[in-house]
Design a protein around this ligand. Structure first.
Ligand SMILES: Nc1ncnc2c1ncn2[C@@H]1O[C@H](COP(=O)(O)OP(=O)(O)OP(=O)(O)O)[C@@H](O)[C@H]1O
Ligand SMILES: [Mg+2]
Length: 260
């Protein structure tokens, strides 16, 4: 599977998304980390109120593409971007656009949730902070104090609860676009199912883009799927079609488990 063979290749598209249906319209997006090119001329539209999954082998650029949709990559030194990402028709890479304002409109949920119900944490941390205790020592001592006060069992959140808390935080500001990077990869099957159910409910109000390593998950939650390889968008289309009738030999090889 060589990059030379893929680079100039046109993305295979099934039932393409029209301009009117798209909340986000990515046009010819290329991205470099320093000298290393991570995305090659990606063009794709993300339809409103649908879930789009991004799949592909490790290192193919899934997270990079996802982060490009809210300019999170701008935080990485040495990143260069070419092409456009139109959000409601506005190119978010236009020099006049403030990246902080972009990130405020677009919610993001990560692989590893933040571990604390903040107000409880801050209550217990109050005195420790005054004493200058910081970082992991602060976290450890807060947990220890909660345990000694016999409150820990009631206030600690499971992994799935933590992730739902992070989703709540992301949607509290009602962002039209919600980006999720492997939100269930650290969770057990029951917690994963709760998150998947939530994603299906969320799409009535939001447009969701989810990166996942789990092809069954992509099949369960998404309306459309993008298959990437070596920074190239190889194929995209309705999820069921992509999984049952892949058109590109690389897509077929990946979904049948022959590489990746
Ligand atoms: N901050 C960075 N600096 C330099 N190179 C990076 C950086 N982040 C990612 N890369 C490189 O860009 C390419 C795409 O990485 P990316 O993290 O987008 O892949 P991915 O598909 O999300 O992989 P995974 O499935 O392992 O999460 C990889 O070759 C990676 O090494
Ligand atoms: Mg990733």
């Amino acid at each position: 599977m060589s990059l030379e063979m893929l680079k100039d290749h046109e993305t295979v598209r099934t039932a393409p998304v029209s301009e009117a249906e798209a909340l986000v319209d990515v046009r010819g997006l290329s991205l470099w980390y320093g000298a290393k090119q991570a995305l090659y001329g990606i063009s794709v539209r993300f339809p409103r109120n649908q879930v789009t999954a991004i799949i592909g082998p490790s290192g193919c650029g899934k997270s990079t593409l996802l982060r490009s949709l809210n300019r999170m990559n701008d935080l990485v030194p040495g990143v260069r971007v070419e092409g456009e990402v139109l959000y409601e028709g506005v190119n978010i890479y236009d020099p006049r656009v403030d990246p902080v304002a972009v990130r405020r409109h677009i919610g993001m949920v990560f692989q590893k949730p933040n571990p604390f119900p903040k107000t409880i944490f801050e209550n217990v941390a109050f005195g420790l902070r005054l004493l200058g205790v910081k970082g992991s020592e602060l976290e450890d001592r807060v947990v220890e104090a909660l345990k000694r006060a016999a409150l820990w069992e009631e206030v600690k959140l499971s992994g799935g609860q933590q992730q739902r808390l992070c989703i709540a935080r992301a949607i509290a500001v009602e962002p039209p676009l919600l980006l999720m990077d492997e939100p269930t990869s650290a969770l057990d099957p029951i917690a994963t199912q709760a998150i998947e159910d939530l994603i299906l409910e969320l799409k009535a109000r939001y447009t969701v883009v989810i990166v996942t390593h789990n092809m069954q998950q992509a099949a369960r939650v998404s309306d459309r799927t993008l298959f990437m390889h070596l920074g190239v968008l190889v194929e995209e289309g309705p999820t069921e079609e992509l999984f049952t009738k892949p058109k590109h030999p690389y897509t077929e090889a990946y979904i049948t488990g022959r590489f990746g």
